[in-house]
Design a protein around this ligand. Structure first.
Ligand code: SAH
Length: 485
């Protein structure tokens, strides 16, 4: 190990930066963030540094560096493009035993700057010991993506309760206590932005612990949108939730590829509904979530697309609210956005569609009575119809009867965003025949409007899969990406 990792408390400590340019500014900025007392020595300062000096944030010693400048400083950074100056700063600092960093010159550094993930008070510092700062930054960007923004608040909560926990809980049990707090429903509350509630629960847990009382376990339910199929469309928050879940309750629309992102030892419960085959009635799903949460589990309720768009997400969390179970909702890419993007059909367009409407095509008792069809016929709008495959002919006929021209462009996208995606492009008049000819299956989304024609020029996703070619009404598309790879 070439560099020993430590975190320095440099608040109010005198630190010297040699150089007045952009690189110096970056170093000054990090020192100022750590509340150091910064002096810059340089013949000239750039605009931003001049500004900082004018505001009294930094001191300026005007002139060229000399060894005598180091008197009284506890840390020095050389950020000049003059090798002789950098060498002189290094030699003078080493002679006085002052830690020195010469920017981009590892050989002249007695300390280096790590790449930092800042969730203050939580800090993660990444270093390659000067071997490859770019690699350190790449690692940092991965951590940035993985670490929830609210971890800083979690660390602050732990800081607030550190002493009370020390006083109340014997050292042998302390670690287990904190693990339970940080990973359990209290931590989840912080991540859901419910800081006050988390603090109250932590206080109650601590008090119960002191009296020997056992509080009923409280789990947490996370209603998660899984997106339309491509696992790369999961949000960062969704991936984290899948990795932290004790149990995942999922639907028919959630693809196996997405289920593979679930923590290995998490329990998986299928409650999928195929139309007409209700595996588990909605009320029972609601009760299941409550039961699992009451067992103290971190429950993920995973739904295709977005949970609040034709997902019954509202109904499920209503019962959680009634039962006082804490929860949060993570949105997902809804089928309309996913399918439209992958089919190259912009849902709005300045010239072609100024609005877009999401509709259900689900037929109640064989009829689509729920819509006022006359409002759906005018030009300049896009209709996206979910759950419309079974009723496709009726839906197209209804639109025509209500006044839509039969040649209004219409598309059907099957298994959008997955490697099985197929897009049929036609008109209200011929789409149903095309769909039965191509044996389109579920899930499929209907898009109606002038924007549909853009698929021919904007389609980018390779739909020409093995055994599937020839079905796309538009012919082969440019092969931008091979899903099988
Ligand atoms: N909550 C989901 C929608 C659930 S309703 C969302 O936001 O996407 C189920 C309907 O969504 C299906 O009948 C189909 O019309 C549509 N759908 C979902 N995933 C799809 C996909 N990958 N390709 C095409 N349509 C899809």
């Amino acid at each position: 190990m070439k560099f020993f990792p430590v975190f320095l408390d440099i608040r109010t400590r005198p630190c010297l930066v040699v150089g007045g340019g952009d690189v110096a500014l970056r170093k000054v900025t990090s020192l100022v963030r750590a509340e150091a007392a910064v002096t810059v020595v340089a013949p000239y300062l750039n605009h931003a540094l001049t500004d900082l000096q004018a505001r009294g944030t930094v001191q300026h010693r005007c002139g060229h560096f000399s060894a005598a400048d180091l008197a009284g400083f506890q840390l020095v950074i050389s950020a000049t493009d003059d090798p002789a100056v950098n060498q002189a700063v290094h030699a003078a600092a080493v002679a006085r035993g002052i830690p020195v960093n010469v920017v981009d010159q590892p050989a002249l550094c007695t300390f280096i700057f790590p790449a930092v993930v800042d969730r203050s008070p939580l800090l993660i510092a990444v270093s390659t010991g000067g071997a490859s700062p770019v690699l350190a930054r790449l690692v940092r960007s991965r951590l940035e993506a993985w670490l929830p923004e609210a971890y800083g608040q979690l660390a602050s909560l732990a800081e607030r309760f550190r002493e009370p926990v020390k006083a109340a809980i014997a050292p042998a049990r302390r670690r287990a206590f904190w693990e339970q707090v940080l990973q359990g429903s209290i931590g989840e509350r912080v991540l859901a932005g419910r800081m006050d509630e988390a603090a109250r629960c932590l206080q109650a847990t601590l008090q119960a612990d002191g009296t020997g009382a056992v509080l009923p376990p409280t789990g947490f339910v996370c209603l998660v949108g899984a997106g339309p199929g491509d696992p790369d469309l999961l949000t960062l928050a969704a991936v984290r939730a899948l990795q932290e879940a004790d149990v995942v309750v999922y639907d028919r629309l959630v693809s196996p590829d997405i289920l593979r992102r679930v923590r290995n030892d998490a329990e998986r419960i299928y409650v999928g509904k195929a139309s007409g085959h209700h595996t588990l009635p909605q009320a029972e799903v609601n009760q299941l979530l409550i039961r699992l949460a009451r067992q103290g589990k971190r429950v993920v309720r995973l739904k295709g697309g977005d949970p609040f768009i034709f997902g019954r997400g509202g109904e499920e969390i209503e019962t959680l609210t009634d039962e006082g179970i804490p929860f949060k909702v993570i949105p997902g890419v809804t089928a309309a956005s996913g399918c439209a993007a992958y089919a190259g059909i912009p849902l709005t367009h300045r010239d072609l569609a100024q609005s877009v409407t999401f509709l259900t095509g689900h037929l109640k008792d064989g009829e689509t009575q729920c819509h006022d069809w006359s409002h759906l016929t005018r030009t300049g709008q896009t209709l996206v119809i979910y759950m419309g495959l079974q009723g496709l002919s009726k839906i197209c006929q209804r639109l025509i009867d209500a006044g839509c021209p039969p040649d209004r462009p219409a598309a059907l996208i099957e298994q959008g965003t997955t490697c099985q995606q197929r897009t049929l492009v036609g008109t209200l008049a011929d789409l149903p025949t095309q769909a039965s000819g191509a044996a389109i299956g579920s899930p499929a989304l209907i898009v109606v409007g002038e924007v549909v024609n853009l698929h021919r020029t904007l389609g980018w996703f390779n739909e020409d899969h093995a055994g599937r070619s020839g079905h796309s009404a538009t012919g082969p598309l440019p092969a931008h990406r091979h899903w099988a790879e």
